[in-house]
Write a protein that binds this ligand. Sequence first.
Ligand code: AMP
Ligand code: MG
Length: 440
Amino acid sequence: MPMFGRKRVLEPELAHAEVQPLPQPPQARPNGLRSMADHRDYLLSCIEELPPFRQQIMDALDLSLCEDIFAGISLPGFDNSAMDGYAVHWEDVAGASTEHPVRLPVVGEVAAGQSATHRLSPGTAMKIMTGAPMPDGANSVVPYEGTDRGASDVAVYVSVVSGQHVRRRGEDVEQGQQVLSSGDLLGARSIGLVAAIGLDTVLVRPRPRVVVVSTGSELVEPGLQLNSADQIYDSNSYMLAAAAKSAGAQVFRIGAVTDDPEEVKQIISDQLVRADLILTSGGVSQGDYDVVKAVMPELGVTDFAQVAMQPGKPQGFGLIGDDRTPMIMLPGNPVSAFVSFEAFARPVIRKLMGTTPYSRTAMRCTTTQEIRSFPGRIQMARGIVSFGDTGTRQVELAGGHGSHLLGDLARANALLVLGEDTEFVAAGDEVDVWLLGDEQ
Ligand code: AMP
Ligand code: MG
């Protein structure tokens, strides 16, 4: 697929039109914070699903179908044998048994991919392989196991009823029948079905092209040497790229840029041409070097908010450049970046590719320990979900609150979603949990 093939062409008169502002952001709470759900819904309201593309069926795995699909042929396409054996007239072998076999002359043989050269006359049998078309005149198949496997004539030891061991034309799918609907997610089985009815392409929403950039002058690419005590490896661009890929995106990981405003602007501008979404980490809090927050308003319309969640309070969003490419600016602490990805970027990626539900579905889980939380903010604590002795799902915390605790995050397999009103959860209480499977 062409990398640059999906850009809208600006009408010349629109190119100089006034910059359209972002829609009105949601009202913050009296404490100055925006609710997590409001922020997610706001981002979703600012983006549109990507236009559908016709793709090869192998490339359509896990994508959302944008057309109803009707079978152009029947499945099976013709009456055929379900067994290796002999095609017969069932009436000829009606009384057959081991004691009283019925002996029939074998008048030919049909393999899969062949057709019988002539009609089967009453009182004869034709050798037939699984999947081979039934000869005209034959109405049943006696499997090998019910015969002596004779070559020129065959002794039949079992009776069969009319149609036995025959797969009927159209018994699975009728020609003209609708087999898939617009909005269906294409898994392996649907792709098999599409191939079986002879289609090699389908109309689907494409994988969003997500560009991942991390910012921070302290960042060093893994594999290189750390040169001073203040340097750290860039984990976020890898983690976010992997998370975006797991969510279904086609990812371009750019890696780290320094906190130099010109460099940040240059990289983002360069990447706009191939991005359906840009994800950045770092530089959106209140620090002196929060470069992303400082420069992005020069490249597009932006919204920086304090969201009522922990971790992940500082959040940035923008529609950048002439094409108003969506950009989600995540905080730099690795756990904040990951939790914010789950809360906001993953739903946006799923909306772009038309996969519902956009958000993770919360499930109830019993805690094994008491947990304290902050009132006024949703706490997204890292947890480990397991099955208890009684088979019920239970969750324990994976480490502490710190948003730098990447080791604990990696051990976790779930996020606990502790509501804004929750201050304390007792052991044995139920809490909401997002399971972090890598499946979509
Ligand atoms: P920031 O949001 O840019 O102020 O970053 C907050 C914290 O997260 C700082 O301690 C950074 O060193 C750390 N951090 C920022 N970006 C990354 C990254 N790409 N990988 C690992 N840690 C990061
Ligand atoms: Mg930084």
